[in-house]
Structures are given as structure tokens and as C-alpha cells.
Design a protein around this ligand. Structure first.
Ligand SMILES: Nc1ncnc2c1ncn2[C@@H]1O[C@H](COP(=O)(O)OP(=O)(O)OP(=O)(O)O)[C@@H](O)[C@H]1O
Length: 594
């Protein structure tokens, strides 16, 4: 799907939104197989309905044979039954298998498509920095896609089956029932096809009752899912921050926070139980009544001699089919409600990802290639538009080492992110060498996997030889990790903060970027280790431009120049007077340079 289509989904109706979400797969390179499966399953559904029609006719013949004590016909009809039953079971099994296959293929394709939507143009990064009106992209991709494909197929095929059932059995029931004279109640008219009308009334009454008792269920279920997700997320956060919690002795706080979340689940659960027991009671009564009710309405015709026993049984079975199909139609609103919620969440995710991509692509901070790093009249603002840094004019030549300093919260990281191209808010012009850029944050990202993968990231683990990997490990004084190069583990949890920072540095030595941005990337190191790391960068990457953010005075000596964010920095809560004074000064440059 192109971006315009996705974006246009914002104001569309439900079906249009569904089509916008579903269409890409049905037009994709997999469309041949997808349509073949869809048509085969639809045909199998209709074949099953046809089997039901034959079984309905069989009912008439079978009970007539019983009534006439016709042994030969009885045996013959048993064989017919076996053939029909085999046919029906075969269709049902094949249909279920093919539906699962289609579900798998569709979900696999959509998951890949949505992962692209999330990752392309760095939408995933912006979605974390700014609220675009969607939440938990991981849940959208894992849970909502799973539900969307399964529910859409289920709804679609049930709809086909029930429409086909109605089309076939309404006619049969109409023919069988004949007109009902209303003379007994004083009306000199007759009601044609009365069994059809009675089955419609029965389905509407029954479904109305179910609706009255169960209408709160879907809201309670959705709230339950949200509370379960909150509980799960809190437990995952505890796992992720196990050491910090243990070191702060926060077990009691964590336990009570988790208990509070679980209590919320229980409170909702009680509502669910209360809503369900009433609904289940009514359902059981309705199901029992459905066994006898068709007999009650068909019996007058039988006793009036309109039906033979076979005709009675055929009418009963046709009545049950019509009533079942009508009930499904009326009750499908529950499935529709959760389907609608799925579609809304996926549409909002897609819209948000597209807005994020566009915001980055159409940033007013223009970027062009050049021989050096140059910032001309750059303003950096917060995602909401408030000014952070204004009128920045900076320049850095190849091989220069610059430290960026300023008070906490003054906007150093935001400026580095603007340089790296993941902070689109602001305006101005940035010139960058079109070469490799690497960004080392304070807490480096180490993927779960082997140490080889962690050190080579984002390249593949075999992009560098073992000799190269071992060498940079020893250069960063991580030689003791060499025997564990092929060990699988969560390295962020195993390595000390300083080891993680040195591992990230080893990664930079492997990748040899043309310019390197370090955002407090050595903050966890002791002074000698920090000095050693900067010396390494100087000898190993002599031609790379390095811009470091650091609060530590010792870091200054490892660099050639300092960019100091001074009084001109604007905190997000700055008042308008200071903002305008600062604008006046911005002509001289918002960042002072030594
Ligand atoms: N995604 C965001 N949404 C809103 N405000 C943000 C966002 N990211 C950063 N800020 C705000 O922008 C300001 C500058 O943040 P930044 O991280 O650039 O500061 P910093 O100078 O690097 O601070 P420190 O030295 O403490 O790391 C801070 O007030 C911060 O709260």
C-alpha cells in the first residue's frame, strides 16, 4: 500500500479502513496462492451447506422409511448417510486446514509488512520520542495482526456459510410450512411460509436477550486485555531492571505495585464472571429450547396431516438451520466489536508510523553532503515545538575532536541526534560528509545473542574475522571475554556498565566510522580507562571526526575544541521573556566555541 492510501484511512469508515489494511496482501506477489485458497475455502463452505441440504432431504426419506417400516430403503439410506457424512467431514477438515494455512500466510506477510512500516524511515525511533496517537507498536504487530487475520477469515467464511444456508433453507422451509390460517384468532387471512417468520422471530428474540445480557462483555473483555498487558509489562520491567531494584531494596514497592495491577485484573475478572454467568444461563436455556421449539411449531402441521413423519423431521431440521444462521447474523456484533477495535488500532498505528516517517523526511533541518560538518542557522526544538537551542553556527573539519558541553537538560543529546538525523524538530541547514556515521549512547544497545553479534552490531556477526574481533576486545581491555565470543546471553544484564561502554567502543573500532558521536559514552569508566579509550580512538581512527558529549572535565583534554552550550540554552519550561531575549542574542550564535 502506498503512504497516501494509509494516511487517507484516518477519516474512513470501518470497511474502507479494513480494505486499506487488507488490500496490500491480496495484491501482493503472494496474491495467486491467497486467492486460490480463498476461493477453495469458500467453495468448501458452500459444499458443506449443500451437504446439509442433502442431509435435510435425507431426513425426510429416512423417517418416512421408518414410518413405512421399509427395511430395504432403511439400509439404503444408511449408506447414503455414510456417504454424506464422509463428504461433510472431508470438507470440514480440508476447510479448517486450508483456513489455517491462509491465516498463517496472511499473518506472516502482514507481520513483515508492518515491521517494515515500523522500521522504515526510522519511524520506530520517532514513535518513542513523540506521541503520534498510538501506543505499544510491539502489541499492534504481535497481537492485533494475529487477531485481524484470524477474525477476518472467521467472519468472512461464517458469513458465506450462513448466507448460503439462509438462501437454501429459507426456500425449503417456506415450501414445507405452507400458509398458516389466522382464522382461529379472528383474522380472516393466512400467513404464507409461517415457519420462516417464526424462526426469524425466535432468532431475533433469543439474540435480543443475549444482547441485553452480554452487551457489557466486549467492553469488559477489552478492559481485561489492557489490564493484563499492564501487569505483564510491569513484570517485564522488573526483570529488565532486576539489579537496580535489588540494589535499591525495592522488592516491597515492586510487589505492591504488581499486586495493585493484579487486583485491577481481579476486579475486572469479577465483572466478567457476573456478566458471564447470566449470559451462560440464558444461552443454555436458549439452546435447550432450540431442541424442542421447532417441534412445537411444526407439530400442528403434522397433526393436521400436512406432513408425514419425514416431512416433520425435515421441517424441524430446516427450521434449526434457518434459526442458527439468523442467530449468527444477529450475534456476530460481538465478534464485530473486537474486529473493529483491531482495525482501529492497526489503522492508527499505520497512520502514526507514516506521520513519523514524513516528519523525519520533511524536516525543516535540511541535510546535504559536504567535506566537513557544518551547522548553519540551526534551531533545535522539542517535539511539541518549544525552542531548545537557537541560531547555531558550527563547523568541524575531518579528523577534529570536539567536546560538546552544557548544563544538564540544555539540549546536548538533542543536538547530537539532530546531527545523526533522528531529531527532525527545528530548522536550519546541516552539512555532513556522506560517510559512515556512528552514534555511541550512554547505554549501548547490545542485542541478545552471541558476543560476536553484540560486537559486530549492526553488521552480521561474520562481517569481521575472529582475529579482528579478538584484537579490538583486547585493545579495549576486554580480552577476558574472548573465550565467550560464541556464547549466547543477555549481555546487557551480564556485563558491567563500563564493560558495555568499552564493548561499544570496540564496535566503533571494528566499524571505523568517518565520524563518531559519543553521548556520555564513557561516563561509566574510571579516569585512566576513559583516557585509554580516547587515546585508542586517536591512534586507531586518526581521520575520524569525533564529537563527544560529556560533563567530565578530564574529557576536555582528550579533545581539540570545546563547543559550550551557555546561557543561550532554553529549557522547555523557559518563560517567554527569556525566550525573546535569547532570540536577540542568537545572531551571535547560540553555542559559544572555544
Ligand atoms: N522526546 C522528548 N520529548 C520531549 N522533551 C524531550 C524529549 N527528549 C528530550 N526532551 C527534553 O529536552 C531537553 C534537552 O534534553 P537532552 O537530552 O538533549 O539534554 P542534555 O543536555 O543531553 O542533558 P543531560 O546532560 O542531562 O544528558 C530536556 O529538558 C528533555 O527533558
Amino acid at each position: 500500500m502506498n503512504e497516501q492510501n494509509a494516511g487517507g484511512a484516518a477519516g474512513k469508515g470501518l470497511i474502507a479502513k479494513f480494505l486499506a489494511l487488507a488490500a496490500p496482501y491480496w495484491r501482493s506477489e503472494e496474491k495467486g496462492m491467497a486467492w486460490a485458497l480463498l476461493l477453495t475455502i469458500s467453495a468448501l463452505n458452500i459444499a458443506m451447506v449443500y451437504c446439509n441440504v442433502l442431509l435435510n432431504q435425507w431426513n425426510a426419506d429416512f423417517f418416512n422409511a421408518l414410518q413405512q417400516r421399509d427395511w430395504g430403503r432403511f439400509l439404503q439410506l444408511l449408506q447414503v448417510f455414510a456417504a454424506l457424512a464422509f463428504g461433510f467431514i472431508g470438507c470440514a477438515v480440508l476447510m479448517s486446514y486450508l483456513t489455517s494455512m491462509l491465516n498463517l500466510r496472511w499473518r506472516r506477510w502482514l507481520t513483515d509488512f508492518y515491521l517494515r512500516q515500523w522500521l522504515d524511515g526510522r519511524a520506530y525511533c520517532l514513535l518513542e520520542l513523540k506521541s503520534y496517537g498510538t501506543d505499544n507498536p510491539d502489541q499492534r504487530i504481535a497481537e492485533d495482526l494475529k487477531a485481524l487475520t484470524a477474525t477476518s477469515l472467521n467472519l468472512g467464511f461464517e458469513l458465506i456459510r450462513n448466507l448460503a444456508t439462509l438462501a437454501c433453507f429459507v426456500g425449503i422451509l417456506w415450501q414445507l410450512s405452507g400458509p398458516l390460517s389466522l382464522a382461529r384468532i379472528g383474522w380472516n387471512v393466512s400467513l404464507p411460509g409461517y415457519l420462516v417468520w417464526v424462526s426469524l422471530a425466535y432468532a431475533l428474540l433469543g439474540s435480543g436477550l443475549m444482547h441485553a445480557l452480554g452487551r457489557r462483555l466486549s467492553r469488559i473483555n477489552m478492559e481485561g486485555e489492557r489490564r493484563e498487558a499492564d501487569f505483564r509489562y510491569a513484570a517485564v520491567r522488573l526483570r529488565e531492571h532486576a539489579q537496580e531494584v535489588a540494589l535499591s531494596g525495592g522488592e516491597d514497592v515492586e510487589r505492591s505495585a504488581l499486586n495493585r495491577r493484579f487486583q485491577a485484573i481481579c476486579a475486572n475478572w469479577r465483572l466478567l464472571i457476573a456478566a458471564e454467568w447470566r449470559l451462560n444461563g440464558a444461552r443454555a436455556g436458549y439452546a435447550q429450547l432450540a431442541v424442542i421449539f421447532p417441534m412445537l411449531v411444526c407439530a400442528p402441521g403434522y397433526f393436521a396431516g400436512k406432513f408425514a413423519l419425514g416431512g416433520l423431521m425435515q421441517a424441524i431440521s430446516a427450521f434449526a438451520q434457518v434459526q442458527g444462521a439468523l442467530s449468527w447474523m444477529v450475534n456476530a456484533y460481538e465478534i464485530l466489536a473486537s474486529w473493529k477495535a483491531n482495525i482501529e488500532r492497526l489503522s492508527s498505528f499505520q497512520r502514526a508510523a507514516q506521520q513519523a516517517r514524513q516528519e523525519l523526511a520533511h524536516s525543516r533541518i535540511s541535510r546535504r553532503p559536504g567535506d566537513e560538518i557544518r551547522l548553519s542557522a540551526v534551531d533545535v526544538s522539542l517535539p511539541g515545538g518549544q525552542a531548545l537551542l537557537q541560531g547555531i553556527h558550527l563547523q568541524a573539519s575531518a579528523g577534529e575532536r570536539i567536546v560538546l558541553k552544557g548544563a544538564s537538560g540544555s539540549g546536548k543529546s538533542a543536538l547530537l541526534k539532530a546531527l545523526a538525523g533522528i531529531w527532525p524538530w527545528g530548522k536550519g541547514s546541516i552539512t555532513l560528509p556522506p560517510n559512515k556515521v556512528m552514534f555511541l549512547p550512554q547505554r549501548p544497545y547490545l542485542p541478545i545473542g552471541t558476543l560476536r553479534e553484540a560486537i559486530s552490531y549492526p553488521a552480521a556477526s561474520n562481517a569481521f574475522t575472529t582475529v579482528q574481533q579478538t584484537f579490538v576486545l583486547s585493545q579495549c581491555q576486554l580480552g577476558h571475554l574472548t573465550p565467550q565470543l560464541d556464547e549466547n546471553c543477555n549481555w546487557s544484564a551480564r556485563l558491567s556498565a563500563g564493560e558495555q561502554q568499552r564493548l561499544a567502543l570496540a564496535r566503533a573500532l571494528l566499524h571505523r566510522p568517518q565520524w563518531l558521536l559519543l553521548d556520555d559514552a564513557t561516563s561509566a569508566l574510571d579516569v585512566p580507562n576513559q583516557r585509554h579509550c580516547y587515546a585508542l580512538l586517536r591512534t586507531e581512527l586518526p581521520h575520524s571526526t569525533i564529537i563527544s558529549v560529556s560533563h567530565r572535565p578530564e574529557v576536555d583534554a582528550c579533545h581539540d575544541r570545546i563547543w559550550q552550550i551557555g546561557d543561550y540554552s532554553l529549557g522547555p519550561s523557559i518563560d517567554a521573556a527569556i525566550l525573546s531575549r535569547s532570540r536577540g542574542q542568537a545572531a551571535d550564535g547560540a553555542v559559544s566555541i572555544r
